[in-house]
Ligand binder design. Structure first.
Ligand code: SF4
Ligand code: SF4
Length: 297
């Protein structure tokens, strides 16, 4: 079986315990307005253009009429572009990048098994992330089964906004589930992510009742959920989960901004800044009223 991925990141330290490899699935069913991985939203492959890296060689203009040169830089006309990726093959500066392709399960395993010794020594493993892993749940199942056969610890990062059977079939092969609750109110959740949160909460509860360790997280976004009242409501939900390892507050991360430009997508949080140390710790204190184990990531 094959799955569509953006990349496999080795030696990752932020996607679960220990040293890990993170496998990024492409395609997502939510549209969080602040998403810092916009290249994972669509399942189909896409061309990304970083003008800063363009050296004006003109090779892409010979490959396709979507490209012209102006004042030493390429100008990319996306209208009519089929995302075939041919132009990226002739761009050696890295200004044009083809994001996303099909991988076989064997190919992913070959890549991640190179670091098996590191996983074991550091109590790390492999995390399936995205995008949304559960949209390609059969591929995820094949990978997780194979990883467990190799004795490797496994985790998923998921938005949990799918039918429960897509999640349930993965549970026997999972050591950890990392998931978000971004807003406590269903309508506000819909406003900022395009989907409600009722099914998400129900799925998280079911996974926790099945005994799978959970790290629940909230990205703290300026003007969206950066207030004590909101975080207390989510922390109360987290505190009620029987298998919770900890509740993590993730300060707003503006780093995905250049990817919006590279994809020609509007970035609503272009000017937003992370919360100050003082504010994030005030919010942490509020969360601690409802949940014993809170971290700031
Ligand atoms: S992806 Fe294909 S159609 Fe689009 S600009 Fe490149 S070569 Fe042209
Ligand atoms: S091939 Fe790459 S470096 Fe050359 S003009 Fe096109 S985008 Fe710029």
């Amino acid at each position: 079986m094959t799955g569509v991925l953006t990349t496999i990141q080795r030696f990752s330290l932020h996607d679960g315990p220990g040293i890990r490899s993170t496998v990024f699935f492409k395609g997502c069913n939510m549209r969080c307005a602040w998403c810092h991985n916009p290249e994972t939203l669509q399942i189909k492959s896409q061309v990304m253009y970083y003008p800063m890296k363009c050296v004006g060689c003109g090779a892409c203009t010979l490959a396709c009429s979507r490209h012209t040169l102006s004042e030493g830089k390429m100008v990319y006309d996306r209208s009519g572009c089929t995302d075939c990726g041919n132009c990226t093959k002739v761009c050696f500066s890295g200004a044009l990048e083809f994001c996303g392709r099909e991988y076989s399960a064997e190919e992913v395993l070959k890549e991640v098994l190179q670091d098996k010794d590191y996983y074991i020594e550091s109590k790390g493993g492999v995390t399936l992330s995205g995008g949304e892993v559960l949209l390609q749940s059969d591929f995820a199942l094949e990978l997780l089964k194979a990883l467990k056969e190799q004795g490797i610890s496994t985790a998923i990062e998921s938005n949990m906004s799918t039918e429960y059977d897509r999640i349930e079939k993965l549970l026997p092969y999972l050591d950890l589930v990392m998931c978000d609750l971004k807003l406590s109110d269903d309508e506000k959740h819909k406003e900022w992510t395009l989907v409600g949160n009722e099914r998400i909460k129900e799925n998280i509860r079911k996974v926790s009742e099945a005994g799978i360790p959970i790290i629940l997280r909230t990205p703290v976004i300026p003007g969206v959920n950066d207030n004590e009242e909101e975080i207390e409501a989510i922390a109360a939900f987290a505190g009620g989960l029987p298998s919770l390892l900890y509740y993590e507050l993730l300060n707003f991360n503006p780093l995905g901004g250049s990817k919006y430009d590279a994809l020609s997508i509007d970035n609503r949080f272009h000017h937003a800044k992370p919360l100050s140390e003082e504010r994030i710790h005030a919010i942490e204190e509020a969360a601690l009223k409802h949940c014993k184990n809170v971290k700031v990531g």
